[in-house]
Design a protein around this ligand. Structure first.
Ligand code: SAH
Length: 345
């Protein structure tokens, strides 16, 4: 087990077992998660004998930045991060008015099979451990000497498949003696693993949940998202409503606009109907985030013309829905939604 996968309470138990006083666990935790040291030997005020015992009992290794790409269009930066087993994942740093956001990967690859997404092309290699998600934040934060305020778990992987590790990661990143990032500033995006949406509802954390909807009906959704064969829109939308009811957090629906597949005026109308039918009398607060599909060289799916995108948005707004169009950041470095991969390509 990697030492960074322990919460402060767990670290206290370990330190006590190793026969050391309790304050050592606080010191160590502050070095590892507050100052984000890469090498545990840098924990200067901690006695060497304790550090040696930990090195003997735990994995203390840490991922490294393998490559950095800096966008020339905006201030987005993409990082290839080398894991200890040789796998590579991608993370993206984005600058918004309110601060810096990191788009975190939750798995090496992905096996959800969405037709428009590059992350799934090589299948799933493995889940990421909590420290490997922390590393994406720590490396990017230290490398750029800035504080990360927001996290979107929208990199490669399906976070609700790697449920326990994702929740542990959030507990660690949220800890007061660590980076203390508020869960209100965290978004988890899922393709719709219905039982795990309910599992998340039960934890009642103030996380923003985003559903990758991408279609106004099951027929179209099944064509582009294999998960739709397992969970239909009715049960998926009901689970999203339950998430809103238990957390009272505004939910998000992501809708990637793909030319000729889901971008017609009739699709927009049907989408309005879907919300009307499914959320009738429920007062669910939600936002629709339109994402003009980003190019993935293996797929032939095309981005609609700008006029179509505006028309689609107008149609939804005419029905009183709240709609935003996602800014396309880091396009020139393949750092946009659906362009992240598990390899150096
Ligand atoms: N597995 C999670 C998170 C990863 S993707 C999920 O499915 O939500 C983050 C968002 O980018 C999702 O909404 C995803 O559907 C969308 N996306 C994937 N490929 C895309 C592409 N080529 N263009 C635009 N959005 C894409």
């Amino acid at each position: 087990m990697n030492i960074r996968d322990l919460t402060i309470e767990e670290l206290e138990i370990v330190v006590a077992k190793l026969g050391e006083p309790r304050f050592r666990s606080t010191q160590l935790y502050e070095w590892l998660h507050g100052k984000m040291i890469y090498d545990i030997s840098e924990a200067k005020n901690v006695n060497k004998s304790l550090i040696d015992k930990i090195k003997y009992e735990f994995d203390v290794s840490f991922p490294t930045i393998y490559k950095e790409y800096i966008s020339k269009i905006d201030e987005t930066r993409k990082y290839l991060i080398l894991l200890n087993d040789g796998n590579i994942i991608e993370s993206v740093l984005m600058k918004y008015k309110y601060g810096y956001t990191v788009c975190v990967s939750s798995e090496v690859g992905c096996d959800m099979g969405c037709k428009f997404c590059a992350s799934t092309i090589g299948g799933l290699k493995r889940n990421l451990l909590p420290f490997e998600m922390l590393a994406q934040i720590y490396l990017i934060s230290r490398h750029n000497d800035l504080k990360i305020s927001n996290i979107v778990i929208m990199g490669s992987g399906e976070p609700l498949v790697n449920f326990d590790n994702v929740i542990k990661f959030l507990k660690l990143i949220n800890s007061e003696k660590g980076q203390n990032i508020s869960l209100r500033n965290v978004t988890i995006s899922t393709c719709g693993i219905v039982p795990n949406i309910d599992k998340l509802s039960k934890l009642n954390l103030p996380i923003t949940l985003a559903l990758s909807l991408h279609a106004p009906n099951d027929e179209i959704r099944k064509k582009i998202m294999p998960i739709a064969n397992k969970y239909d829109l009715k049960s998926t939308m009901e689970a999203m409503a339950r998430y809103f009811i238990s957390t009272n957090r505004r939910i998000t629906f992501e809708y990637s606009l793909i030319k000729g597949i889901n971008d017609g005026k009739n699709n927009a109308k049907e989408l309005c109907k879907l919300f009307e039918d499914r959320f009738k009398n429920m007062h669910v607060d939600f936002n629709i985030n339109l994402i003009p599909v980003n190019e993935v060289k293996e797929s032939k799916l095309e981005r609609p013309d700008n006029s179509n995108i505006i028309e689609f948005k107008d149609e939804l707004e005419k029905h009183g829905l709240s709609v935003t169009i996602r800014r396309e950041l880091g396009k020139d470095i393949s750092g946009s939604c659906g362009q992240l991969r598990a390899s150096v390509k």
